[in-house]
Write a protein that binds this ligand. Sequence first.
Ligand SMILES: [Zn+2]
Length: 258
Amino acid sequence: MPDQFLLGGLFGLLVAVISYAARFLTRSGALTTFMLAVVVYGFGAWAWTVPIVTFFVTSSLLSKSGRTRKLQINERFEKSGARDWAQVLANGGVPGILAFLSVSLPIQELYPFYLASVAAAAADTWGTEIGVHARGRVVSIVTLKTVPSGTSGGISLTGTLGGALGAVAVALSGYAWYAEIRIGLAVVVAGIVGSLADSLLGATVQARFHCPVCGSETERTEHCGRAADLSGGVSWIRNDLVNAACTFVGALAAWVLM
Ligand SMILES: [Zn+2]
C-alpha cells in the first residue's frame, strides 16, 4: 500500500508538471491535481486512475481547441483558460471522496458510482466545449426559449450529443474493470443526467451578474473593470459549486439506476 501511494505521487507529479507547462492548470490547480492523483491512484490504482485521466486529458484538449470562437463568448463565463484549485476540486472532489471511501470496500462496490461522477464531469465539459462551436439553436433548459450561446442553463442538440460522447468515453475507459454492458449503460445515462442537472442549476439558482458598464449578462463578479450587479440566482452559488453538484448527481443517478 505505501508503494502504491509513492507511485501515485510520482504519477501525480508528472501530470501536474506537464499540465502546468501546457497551461491546462494554474499553480494551485496543479498542486490540487497532484494531491488528487495521490488519493485516486493510492486507493484505486489504474482502475480508478485511467477514467479520471481520460476525462482530464480529453477535456483539457477540448478546452484548448478552437479558441477564436470561444474568445467571443468567453466574457460570459466566470472563468476561462487554465483551471485553478477550485475548478479541479469541482470536478475531482466527489470522485476523490469516493476513491477514499472505497478503501474499506471491495473495488466493485463504489466503482460504478465513481465512474458515473467522472462521466458527469466529462459530459458537462464535453457538452460545453462542443456546444460552444455549434451554430445550431441554444435554448434554456427551463423555458425552452432561445438564449445566446454560452448562457448558463442553455442547452443545444450538438452540446447534449457531445456530452453523451464524453460520458461514453469515460465509461469505455473503465470497461476492462467492470466488463458489463448494463453497468456501462448506467454510467453513460447517469453522466448525462448529471450534466443536465448542471444546466438546470445553472439556469435557476446559479448567480448571474449584470455589467453596469456594457450591459451584458455574465457569470463573472467583475466586468469591464468594475463590480457587476447580481441580477439573478443566489449570490454564493457559483459555477464551481454547480459543477461539484453535477458530479454528485451523476453518482447518485447511477445508484438509483442500479
Ligand atoms: Zn461589461
